[in-house]
Write a protein that binds this ligand. Structure first.
Ligand SMILES: Cc1cc2nc3c(=O)[nH]c(=O)nc-3n(C[C@H](O)[C@H](O)[C@H](O)COP(=O)(O)O)c2cc1C
Length: 170
């Protein structure tokens, strides 16, 4: 799919059928995540595949925005593994993890699947439920599946800043 077409096709899908997705599709999503650039190629990012009943129950316990999905990915990063800019001590872990998450989101759309980037979840509680996450900052939950008949873009999807608002040429 042409990139602009892909960017236009993507929207936050909040109604999924609950059909389980083939593990080959997850493999393809992970391959695309690995291709993401990161500052100084530090790759401080971790992706947690939440596939077992136990893991999925943990997500449902900490997040009300699961949209009927039966497959979840969590994007996380380790601050101390990320590059820090010396001039202002800016740590780029969140930037790196966001690039990886964006690759994931767009690959999901390209595969004909749907998702929403979910940031509204109880990250400290999830870390306490999943000790594997304890050293990570958790930035995104992706509930992944197939759009149900009810699915359509929300009104916010269509509210975009104009070029004049977004861009300033110096
Ligand atoms: C960092 C981030 C966090 C978000 N968190 C949530 C969330 O917790 N719940 C939700 O329903 N949507 C969430 N969204 C989706 C946004 O609301 C959505 O992207 C925005 O309204 C634009 O709509 P669109 O994605 O359909 O274009 C999040 C998006 C981003 C990028």
């Amino acid at each position: 799919m042409d990139f602009k077409e892909l960017a236009k096709k993507r929207y936050s899908c909040r109604y999924l059928t609950g059909e389980k997705i083939d593990s080959k599709l997850i493999d393809s999503i992970i391959e695309t995540a690995i291709l993401a650039p990161t500052a100084v190629n530090k790759q401080p990012v971790k992706i947690f595949i939440m596939d077992s009943e136990n893991a999925k129950n943990h997500i449902k316990e900490v997040c009300q925005w699961t949209f009927g999905a039966e497959t979840f990915l969590i994007v996380a990063y380790k601050k101390e593994d990320a590059w820090t800019r010396k001039f202002d001590d800016h740590n780029f872990g969140e930037v790196d993890a966001s690039i990886v998450a964006t690759h994931i989101m767009l690959e999901i759309t390209d595969l004909g699947l749907d998702t929403t980037w979910v940031g509204h979840f109880d990250a400290p509680k999830l870390k306490s439920l999943c000790p594997e996450m304890k050293d990570y900052e958790l930035i995104a939950v992706f509930p992944i599946g197939y759009a149900s008949e009810k699915a359509k873009p929300a009104s916010l999807h269509f509210q975009r800043k104009s070029r004049e608002e977004l861009v300033e040429t110096l």
